[in-house]
Design a protein around this ligand. Structure first.
Ligand code: FAD
Length: 445
């Protein structure tokens, strides 16, 4: 059995809530199940890139598949078949490590979130989505098989054909069904690191929707939206589309990021004024309505990864993220109400992202994406203000038949969660009796 340690502490990306737990590093699949089992409940965790408490368990035992600073752990790439593009790896391998291996061989991830520092286990357990959701669906759709280990020693190979219920419960199952030991991921071929990029300035939600429809065949689309702008600038933003370049070019491995934010910013740095200035500069750095460029995949997919520990910008108290999806029927009025509520609040968010989800069904019982419009933004925690605002945004989401994303959440109530995910009771039957999470405790009281 691996050595048990009380630290270093494990934080989620939003650094809220702060909960104490014991941490057990897992280096090999055979390190689990723990013998003897701990006296507390357990939760497997990856890189801690979830924003809220889905990867936390107060007074529990975290089974950590990656070491601090993403070193060591269950990080091995096990097999790769270039004929099918199927890569098999341990669940603690990060998407960045897969890219380092795959890009020089002419392959790329099937789906990627806005950071490459997430583990494969975490990507499956939250059934993550990327800029290509409208054409590729979620990450889980590209996972042909994985192994699930239960605390009683049961080992289940899960695929759409084998243990299909466990496959569906574990994809998007927030780590509660057992430990994913290894998984297969089907990669897609590329011939270049380059992305053919188009940026288009838009004004208002209607124009954003029209652009999304016009670019429905672009492989990647995402928009930045200025949530502070009011008056004739209300809901202005930049729509971004991209395709892998089809002209062959050298497929080198990326260089490691060297910049790091060394300390927590004081509270006053991020305020309505400073974020307003940032937003105006960001919007106006593109001088023309449309801009075309050839860019490397790193800045296109992972602009924030350039600066390690950027979450310290929000200060010691951390921040809250809100992400919802609103179905098409209610999308536009619901989104307008959310945007107006945010722009009239006293809180500033500059990392605001808008995107259209497609209709490819998610394979997970509890997966977040469904067809419609998704909006994601961050708010610094400023005493009660951020919590009040999040409560109002959750209520608007519910009223418009949308739902919120557990991977980004630290505030939704049990009533809201159960209305967003009415299938939660069916899912609960698959939870490992020795497993639990702070999120699950909060939303099922
Ligand atoms: C900058 C940034 C951008 C992001 N962009 C996106 C985005 O575009 N789309 C998106 O969907 N998400 C996005 N996210 C969220 C992130 O992709 C997810 O939260 C992801 O699940 C984090 O993976 P992780 O390895 O850090 O896992 P953790 O956060 O440590 O854990 C996440 C969940 O996975 C479970 N888990 C982890 N490992 C295992 C395992 N081996 N077996 C079973 N369960 C396990 C945990 O219990 C927990 O429930 C972003 C996050 C950041 C910080």
């Amino acid at each position: 059995m691996p050595q048990k340690s009380a630290g270093p502490g494990f934080e989620s990306w939003g650094r809220y809530p702060k909960l104490d737990a014991s941490v057990v590093p897992l280096n090999w699949t055979s390190d689990f199940p723990l013998r003897p089992p701990p006296a507390t409940r357990m939760l497997p965790v990856g890189a801690g890139r979830s924003y809220g408490d889905v990867c936390l368990l107060g007074h529990g035992t975290l089974l950590r598949t990656r070491g601090p600073g993403l070193s060591g752990g269950m990080d091995r790439l096990l097999d790769f078949d270039p004929a099918t593009g199927i890569l098999c790896c341990e669940a603690g391998a990060t998407l960045g490590e897969i890219l380092d291996f795959a890009v020089p061989r002419g392959f790329f991830l099937p789906v990627s979130p806005g950071t490459k520092y997430v583990t494969v286990g975490g990507a499956i357990a939250n059934d993550i989505h990327g800029k290509n959701h409208h054409v590729a669906g979620t990450f889980g759709r590209h996972v042909p098989r994985f192994e699930l280990l239960r605390s009683d020693g049961t080992q289940l190979i899960c695929s759409p054909a084998q243990n299909a219920n466990w496959y569906a419960a574990t994809i998007g199952g927030m780590g509660l069904t057992g430990l994913i030991a290894w998984a297969e991921v089907k990669l897609r071929p590329i011939v270049s690191r380059r992305i053919r990029y188009t940026g288009i300035k838009f004004s208002g939600v209607e124009e954003f929707i029209a652009l999304s429809e016009a670019h429905a065949k672009s492989e990647y689309t995402v928009s930045w939206i200025d949530c502070l702008a009011t008056g004739h600038n209300f809901a202005r933003g930049i729509f971004m589309a991209g395709e892998h370049d089809t002209v062959a070019a050298p497929l080198k491995r990326s260089k490691p990021a060297r910049l790091s934010l060394p300390f927590n910013f004081p509270e006053f740095v991020l305020n309505r004024w400073s974020v307003g200035v940032f937003n105006a500069l960001y919007y106006n750095k593109q001088h023309t309505k449309t801009k075309n460029a050839i860019v490397d995949y790193e800045p296109f997919f992972y602009p924030l990864d350039k600066l390690q520990h950027w979450n310290r910008m929000y200060g010691r108290d951390g921040f809250l993220q809100f992400q919802c999806v609103l179905p098409w029927e209610a999308g536009q009025p619901g989104l307008l109400e959310i945007l107006k509520t945010i722009s009239s609040s006293r809180l500033a968010s500059f990392l605001a992202v808008l995107k259209v989800f497609g209709d490819a069904p998610s394979p997970g019982m509890m997966s977040f994406p469904k067809p419609g419009i998704t909006l994601a933004l961050d708010f610094p925690i400023r005493r009660e203000i951020a919590f009040d605002l999040l409560e109002r945004l959750a209520a608007i989401t519910l009223e418009h038949k949308g739902r919120m994303y557990p991977a980004k959440d630290a505030t939704m109530t049990a009533g809201q969660f159960q209305a967003f995910y009415p299938q939660w009771k069916k899912f609960a039957a698959y939870i490992d009796p020795a497993f639990d999470s702070a999120f699950w405790q909060r939303v099922t009281v």
